[in-house]
Design a binder for this molecule. Structure first.
Ligand SMILES: [Zn+2]
Length: 554
C-alpha cells in the first residue's frame, strides 16, 4: 500500500514536488534513512514489543526489548522514536543508560562491553500521545476511530512515516528482526489483532486485556500493527503449495455475513499468486485479513482491509477497462505484498518499486488467472492512463525518500514489457518464483532485483530498468513507412537502450526487431501498410513520421 495521490488527488503531486524542491533533505532524514555508524554495528534479532493503548485520552505506554547481535564492537547505539512520544528510560542489564536525543534519534551510551558475536538486549520504556494519522493510510500514525455502531476502533498505519511514530526501534528498513512479539493491552471491550499468531490472552484486574501475538518470520517494522475493535472471527484451511495454510478473517462483528462472501476470493487469489510467485511466504504465521478503519495496508500476515466489501478500488476500476471490477482491489494488491514487500523487502525507501511495481503487476496477473492472458494485458495497459511521468520512480538513497507514484502503473507496465522481452512465459514464471526463492525473507536493493532478472532471463535488461525507473521518459519508437520499407529508431531513451520490439512486418503477425537510437531499415510485406502495428503489450510511445529519415542503415 502507499501513495494513491495520483488517482485520488491529482492536484497534490505538483504541490508535493514544489515543497520537496524548496526543502532539501534534512539531517533528520539522513539519521532516519541511512545506515549510520550507530546502527551498522548491531543486527536486530528480536523485538519484544509491549504497548498499552488508551482510547480515552489517545495515549499509549509501553516498552520494547531490542535484542541484537553485535557485528562489530561499539558502545554507542541509535534508537528511533518520533516526537511527541517520550522516552522514559533506556536500560541494559538493569542499568539505566545515558541518552542524547537528536531530533527523533536517541543515541544511547552502553556501559556493558559489546563483544562481536554477543547477543544483548536494550530495553526502551516510553509513553505519550502519538501523532494521529490525518489521512491514513497515506500519512501515518495512530487512528482512534469508532465503527458505525459507535464502538471504539484503534489502528495503526505508518508506512513511509515509519514505525517509530508509535514504537521505539531501529527505524531502518534494511534491518528486520528475525522474529517479534507484539503484546497489545487494550480496554476489555476491545480485541486486538496483530501480526503472526495469537499466543495468549491475559485479562488484568484493572479492566484491560493483553493480546500477545508472535511472528516467527522477519518483519518490516512498518508492518507491525495494532487493530483493536469489536471483531468477529472465522477461518478456513487452504491447501497450498507448502501444505495446509490457515486463513483467519477478522471483520467487524456486524460485517460477518458480508465478509464470509467477499473473502471467498482469498483462496483463488492465493492459488494464482502461489503459481506465479511460489509458496506463500508465511505458512508458520498464517494468512489473515483484518478489517481496518482506513483503506488498507500490507501488514504482514495481518493485511489491513478497508475496501468496504466490494470489488474494485473503493468500487472503481483503476484500469478503466471494467476488468478491475472482477476482484477486490485491497485483497489482491495488499496480499501480493506478502511476496513483494514482505518476503522480498526494500533496504531503502528509494527502491519502493520493488514493492509497488510488483504488487501493481500482480493485479494484472490475477486478472489473467481469472479471465485469461488477453484480459490481464488489457488491465495493465488500461492503467497507463494513470501514469504521470512527473519524477523518476527511484528516489534518492539514504534519506528515506520515496520516488514517484509512477512506481505503481509505470512500474507494472515496465514489468509487463519485460515479460514480452523475455518472450517465454514459463521462463517468466520461473523468474518471479526464483526472485521469491532467492531473496526469501530478505531485504534487498533494487539493483539486486534487476540483476537477478537479467541473469535469470539471460538478457541484459539494465538499460530497460534504467529507462523506466530513473527517467521521466517513455521510449519513443519513431518510424516511417513507405515503399515496403520500415525505417525506425528509439528516441527519448538512455544511451545504449536497445530494447527489442514486436511489430507487424508481414500479414502473418508480429516479428521481433531490434531498434537502437540509430535509424535502421526493414522490409515490410504487408498487403496494406495501414495495418502496420506495434505490439501494444510493450509500454512505448509510437511516433509515425511522414518524411523518411535522411540516413538509415539496413
Ligand atoms: Zn502497495
Amino acid at each position: 500500500m502507499r501513495r494513491w495521490l495520483s488517482v485520488l488527488a491529482p492536484f497534490m503531486a505538483p504541490i508535493a514536488t514544489a515543497v520537496a524542491q524548496a526543502h532539501p533533505f534534512t539531517h533528520a532524514d539522513t539519521l532516519r534513512g541511512s545506515n549510520t555508524s550507530q546502527r551498522a554495528w548491531w543486527d536486530v534479532s528480536f523485538y519484544d514489543l509491549h504497548v498499552g493503548v488508551d482510547p480515552q485520552d489517545s495515549t499509549i505506554r509501553g516498552w520494547n526489548g531490542i535484542t541484537y547481535r553485535v557485528v562489530q564492537p561499539s558502545q554507542l547505539l541509535q534508537v528511533d522514536l518520533q516526537q511527541p512520544l517520550v522516552v522514559d528510560s533506556i536500560v541494559q542489564e538493569g542499568r539505566r543508560l545515558a541518552v542524547r536525543r537528536d531530533g527523533e534519534a536517541y543515541f544511547v551510551t552502553l556501559v556493558a562491553r559489546q563483544r562481536a558475536g554477543d547477543r544483548n538486549t536494550v530495553t526502551v520504556y516510553y509513553h505519550g500521545k502519538p501523532v494521529v494519522a490525518k489521512r491514513p493510510p497515506w500519512d501515518g500514525g495512530l487512528i482512534w476511530s469508532t465503527d458505525s455502531t459507535g464502538f471504539r476502533w484503534v489502528a495503526t498505519a505508518n508506512e513511509g512515516t515509519g514505525a517509530s511514530i508509535w514504537w521505539p526501534n531501529k527505524d531502518y528498513l534494511a534491518d528486520e528482526p528475525d522474529s517479534q512479539r507484539i503484546a497489545i493491552t487494550t480496554p476489555d471491550s476491545l480485541f486486538d489483532v496483530s501480526n503472526g499468531r495469537l499466543r495468549g490472552v491475559t485479562p488484568h484486574a484493572d479492566g484491560t486485556t493483553t493480546y500477545e501475538w508472535f511472528t516467527t518470520g522477519p518483519i518490516n517494522n512498518y508492518d507491525v500493527a495494532i487493530s483493536a475493535g469489536r471483531y468477529a472471527h472465522f477461518s478456513m484451511i487452504y491447501d497450498g503449495e507448502a501444505g495446509p495454510l490457515t486463513l483467519d478473517f477478522w471483520p467487524l462483528a456486524f460485517h460477518l455475513d458480508v465478509a464470509r462472501r467477499e473473502f471467498l476470493q482469498v483462496p483463488s487469489m492465493l492459488k494464482c499468486f502461489e503459481s506465479w510467485f511460489g509458496p506463500y511466504p508465511w505458512y508458520e504465521d498464517g494468512y489473515k485479513l483484518v478489517e481496518s478503519p482506513h483503506l488498507g495496508m500490507e501488514h504482514q500476515t495481518a493485511v489491513a482491509y478497508g475496501n468496504h466489501y466490494q470489488n474494485g478500488y473503493l468500487g472503481r476500476d483503476l484500469s478503466h477497462t471494467g476488468l478491475g471490477l472482477l476482484w477486490d482491489f485491497i485483497i489482491v494488491h495488499e496480499s501480493a505484498h506478502e511476496w513483494f514487500g514482505n518476503n522480498i523487502s526494500m533496504q531503502d525507501q528509494a527502491d519502493m518499486w520493488v514493492h509497488e511495481s510488483f504488487a501493481n503487476y500482480a493485479e494484472n496477473l490475477y486478472t489473467e488467472c481469472l479471465a485469461g492472458k488477453e484480459a490481464g494485458a488489457q488491465y495493465v495497459i488500461g492503467t497507463r492512463r494513470n501514469i504521470r511521468n512527473d519524477r523518476p520512480i527511484v528516489g534518492q538513497y539514504g534519506v528515506n525518500d520515496e520516488g514517484s507514484g509512477d512506481m505503481y502503473y509505470k512500474g507494472g507496465n515496465m514489468l509487463h514489457t519485460i515479460r514480452q522481452v523475455v518472450g517465454d512465459d514459463a521462463k517468466w514464471r520461473e523468474i518471479l518464483r526464483g526472485l521469491n526463492h532467492t531473496f526469501w525473507h530478505q531485504t534487498v536493493t533494487g539493483q539486486q532485483v534487476q540483476d537477478y532478472i537479467s541473469h535469470a532471463a539471460g538478457i541484459g535488461l539494465g538499460k530497460i530498468f534504467q529507462e523506466y525507473l530513473t527517467t521521466t521518459d517513455v521510449p519513443v519508437f519513431e518510424y516511417t513507412l513507405a515503399d515496403s520499407t520500415l525505417a525506425y529508431r528509439w528516441t527519448k531513451v538512455v544511451a545504449g537502450f536497445d530494447m527489442p520490439l514486436k511489430v507487424t512486418l508481414s500479414d502473418s503477425g508480429f516479428s521481433v526487431i531490434r531498434p537502437t537510437d540509430a535509424w535502421q531499415r526493414a522490409t515490410v510485406q504487408l498487403k496494406d501498410l495501414a495495418t502496420f502495428r506495434v505490439d501494444s503489450n510493450y509500454f512505448v510511445v509510437t511516433q509515425h513520421d511522414l518524411a523518411a529519415p535522411k540516413q538509415a542503415r539496413q
